[in-house]
Write a protein that binds this ligand. Sequence first.
Ligand code: M6R
Length: 606
Amino acid sequence: MCGIVGYIGDKNALPILLDGLKRLEYRGYDSAGVAIVGDDLRVIKTAGRIANLEERLKSETLIGTLGVAHTRWATHGIPNDNNAHPHFSESKNIVVIHNGIIENYLEIKKMLIHEGRTFRTETDTEVIAYLIEEFYEGDLLKAVKKATEILEGSYAIAVLSKDEKDRFVAVRKDSPLIAGVGDGENFIASDIPAVLPYTKDIIIFENGDIVDVRRDRIDIYDKNLNSIKRTVQRIDWKIEDAQKSGFKHFMLKEIFEEPKVIREAMRGRIKNGEIEVPEIMLDSEYLKGISQVYFVACGTAYHAGVYGKYLAEKYLRIPAQAEVASEFRYRNPVIDGRTLVFIISQSGETTDTLAALRFAKEHGAKTIGIVNVVGSSVAREVNKVIYIHAGPEIAVASTKAYVAQVEVIALTIFYLAKLIGKLPKVQEDLIVKELMSLEDKAKSIIERSSEISDFVSTVKNIEETFYIGRNMDFALSLEGALKLKEISYVHAEGYPAGELKHGPLALVTPNSLVIAISTFTPLRDKTLSNIKEVKARRGKVLAVAREGYENMNEVADRVFYVPKVMDDLSPIITVIPLQLIAYYMAESRGLDIDKPRNLAKSVTVE
Ligand code: M6R
């Protein structure tokens, strides 16, 4: 979704703003623009990539130490130069950049047109600039405050005035916004990587914060302009965390980081051979009374939730369901104070997920967040947050976050099972031993990534793919298929292996590829039979199977063996070859792997 950067200081703003935008590219966008206050207030913007904007800027002189910049992911109006941000007010004295959606923009627009205003774009954002201008009487802060009283929807905005060269004003409501605190300079951005080269002192704004940014201070106000304080946090990210560090793509770097991610997600959660997730701290009477468990999320995080459903059902013996957030929130599910809802989100800012969280809370459920981005909206609003500690994930396709989500879900379920007396110590000992072996097993898979790229080179022209599996392998098949379609644009479906013959088998021809995941021991012979059904229709089969299951060699065209690990933990490492299949397929097609078409990293619209 849109990316926002703002700068005020003593340096030339333009290179800092462009650098910040590039660090937010992962959010997904289709146009970019910049506004600088120098002798005048200038805006340059263009459809397409930041490189197009840089090309345009070659013939311009934009000098000034105050400016804002934006990458737009189109919602209202097609992606073209005109609809790109920043947007001027009617007189061109004020500019606005915005991430989010103004839900009542049509009413405001009609009202302003009625008063004789003329608009230039199809966007919802433009009304913000016009509205601020309506209220402007020489003090940008006051004008912005009055405008926000009228605006409905979600917005992170930054506003500049031609007449106030010593400040800009920003507001956060339901869209992410942070500040970087520098020495004689200050920054705002949609996300921390944008400011990482300049400062590690970060303020994470809360909903409703109105922020007056000056060179030497950042003043924060509530909606009535009462002064409020927010903590400045020193973050320990290294700049390399947000760089490719020699890898061709962020996605590949992030897959290769997975062994480390597996270790980090466990840190502090296995003590003296015992599983402990101290963040939970729920009353034991409450825990014993839980009547049902939900896993609610979107996309990849939802697939982690599908795994959670199988695990929770097995270890807690409580009814468990996984559901996509956009369905859950509008379905009127039966939930009450005895319902425990896991909200899973890498970014912690996904609009549908946030809305589902609020819905669950309103209906009395307790919520546990499984979140990557520290201080994000989900992290702040859930009853308990468990961070996955995966580090910044830049590629749009989520990989290392999935690994960490699944692992943290497993740790949490095991811990809850312990708390309610359903995990005997001998079983816990076995699980801990297996958990401790995962990092090395993940490394050994990554060391064999050339096996995957070789295989992909033999099927790179394939157009139809099915991922099949049973039980937790089915949860993985959903994720494998999503990964392939989102970055390689090859049509892919994840199916329960037993369901193939109830319809999709009609599509299987010698030009189809079936990726059969078979690590769930009790059902592996059943999956084997399903593979035979595919082979009988001359479909091509790659099996991803557990080491030692040699029968697979006899039926599948190729087998990628994953190291032995207990069934319940298998998804944590078995997803790696699936992620690599998607990566190498997209690479063989020369696609923009880190920024797939039409997609955004953080989906902050419904
Ligand atoms: O930040 P979140 O985990 O809430 O994001 C949820 C989905 O938008 C996300 O997983 C999406 O499906 C990814 N592009 C998948 O790779």
